[in-house]
Design a binder for this molecule. Sequence first.
Ligand SMILES: Nc1nc2c(ncn2[C@@H]2O[C@H](COP(=O)(O)OP(=O)(O)OP(=O)(O)O)[C@@H](O)[C@H]2O)c(=O)[nH]1
Ligand SMILES: [Mg+2]
Ligand SMILES: [Zn+2]
Length: 291
Amino acid sequence: MTGLIIKAVGGSYTVEASDGVYECKARGVFRKRGISPMCGDSCEFTDENGGRVITEIAPRRNELIRPPLANLDMLLYVASVAEPSPNLTLIDKFIAICEHKSIEPVVVITKTDKGSGEEIAEIYRRAGFTVFSADNTTGEGSGEVRDFIAGKLCAFTGNTGVGKSSLLNRMFPSLELSTNEISRKLGRGKHTTRHVELFKMPGGGYIADTPGFSSFETNRYEIIFKDELKDCFREFVPYEGKCRFPDCAHTADKGCAVLQAVGEGLIAQSRHQSYLEMYEEAKQLKEWEHK
Ligand SMILES: Nc1nc2c(ncn2[C@@H]2O[C@H](COP(=O)(O)OP(=O)(O)OP(=O)(O)O)[C@@H](O)[C@H]2O)c(=O)[nH]1
Ligand SMILES: [Mg+2]
Ligand SMILES: [Zn+2]
């Protein structure tokens, strides 16, 4: 039988097939091959000794290590206006990783009841991204996000507490996902998202809720080499070939068209700053990591 892995927790996999949902284990063969099935994988599974076992997974179009997901069309990076305040460097890192893997990055700004968030929205709109704003206290903006992602395989990611689960509940009330707030009412302490799970959207497609991360964590899981980095900043691309030096890294060279555009306010300073930080990190990568 064929299905889609919609949940992967501790070696158990929930697989959605055309005729229902099945709990499966994975064959040891995957460990030998150094891969493990993940959410978003298309798989083959079969009955074996009274249980169900995943025997094969289809080649992946892309995969993220964190959040662990395969075959994404789109990643929605959720940042809140306040509590927690947005970390632009982190947004830019996730966007670059998406570009690198051909996953469409989208920015969603939540908690717009605490401030407009327009300054940030404008940075990303001008850089060429789709940006949404949502106030989860009223549900405003959730319909636009829902319509935009219809039919796609996509995921929410972002810091813990930005309102990913709250927004999903606004988009699809029947999900009734646990959020920090609801659990407080129930007196059960913090109840944030603990694992990645894909939900089937009524209009087609799937959306994953994922556990958030703290602002202090950096994404050490994905590697982009320094020469590939400039292609991961889409607003730099129109300037490619216009710098004085053909191999310009857009870092400090005189005659750099990208730096000139930053100076003229055509490229956001914060975006270029993130590029410089990522470039410095990429320079530290060892040769053996190039494999
Ligand atoms: N004022 C305001 N509060 C919000 C909004 N969205 C979410 N919250 C609150 O922020 C807190 C965290 O919301 P969650 O939806 O649990 O956040 P999350 O991103 O899913 O967090 P993790 O699961 O830990 O990654 C809760 O107390 C929500 O009620 C919003 O738009 N405005
Ligand atoms: Mg959550
Ligand atoms: Zn340059």
